[in-house]
Design a binder for this molecule. Structure first.
Ligand code: DX5
Ligand code: ZN
Length: 228
């Protein structure tokens, strides 16, 4: 099936140099550069790793015009997620596994001016969230266990991307299907074929000699892959 829009690439700054984040974001900007910059927020509770939080995101928002795609791998998203939207993050994604009331959190994010995203870990089923996803703008399908960059792609999760794509194409859901974890030149075509709209790539972009070129190449690869 023909895709309606160009595939989106969201480089994850988890693999960037944290001492030079502004410059690292500039390195993926420019014509045909990053559509979103993916910012991984980890609290060392929901995942066994600690990264950055709201003050850093607030600074990044003053340093770039590229929309920030904040992926919150944290407990208590009801408390912590809406302030990212208030600060001006474009997309605020939290984990389905971290809350009993994802719809309420989505409403608060939207009320604060952000787009709401729901992330599901590799072992979390998609079907129970179909109704819930009517309140969301993005579904983030995790293709690694959240917590670290540079892990291997888990292809089994593509069934969830395919199922979501089907519901979007039949107008039962209206959202972007995003995938995160292990996306690189060897794996992006499988994900594109499954109907993913937006591809997060950390190590594949920031370990490349030319990160902007890596973004363009990944997008071109996805765009050249027909959906099946
Ligand atoms: C992992 C993060 C990812 C990570 C992806 O928990 O959510 O965004 O940066 O890194 P790569 O692309 O290297 O798998
Ligand atoms: Zn992420």
């Amino acid at each position: 099936m023909r895709r309606m829009s160009s595939p989106m690439i969201a480089p994850s700054i988890l693999s960037a140099d944290f001492a030079r984040l502004g410059a690292e974001i500039d390195a993926v900007g420019g014509p045909e550069g990053a559509d979103w910059v993916h910012v991984d927020v980890m609290d060392n509770h929901f995942v066994p790793n600690l990264t950055l939080g709201l003050p850093v995101v607030q600074s990044l928002l003053t340093a770039t015009t590229i929309p920030l795609d904040c992926h919150l791998m944290i407990d208590e998203p009801g408390r912590w997620a809406p302030p990212y939207a208030e600060a001006g993050a474009h997309n605020v994604t939290f984990h389905a596994e971290a809350t009993d009331d994802p719809v309420a959190v989505a409403k608060d994010i939207r009320a604060a001016g952000g787009k709401a995203g729901l992330a599901i870990k590799p072992g979390t089923a998609f079907e129970p969230y179909i109704e819930v996803l009517k309140s969301f703008d993005t579904l983030l399908v995790m293709s690694v266990e959240p917590g670290f960059g540079g892990q291997s792609f888990i292809a089994d999760v593509l069934d969830k991307a395919r199922a979501a794509r089907k519901l979007v194409d039949s107008d039962e859901l209206k959202l972007l299907v995003e995938i995160d974890g292990g996306i690189n030149a060897d794996t992006i075509e499988q994900a594109a074929a499954a109907g993913v709209d937006c591809f997060v790539a950390g190590s594949a972009v920031y370990n490349a000699a030319d990160p902007a070129e890596a973004v363009r190449k990944l997008r071109a690869q996805a765009a050249a892959t027909p959906r099946v």
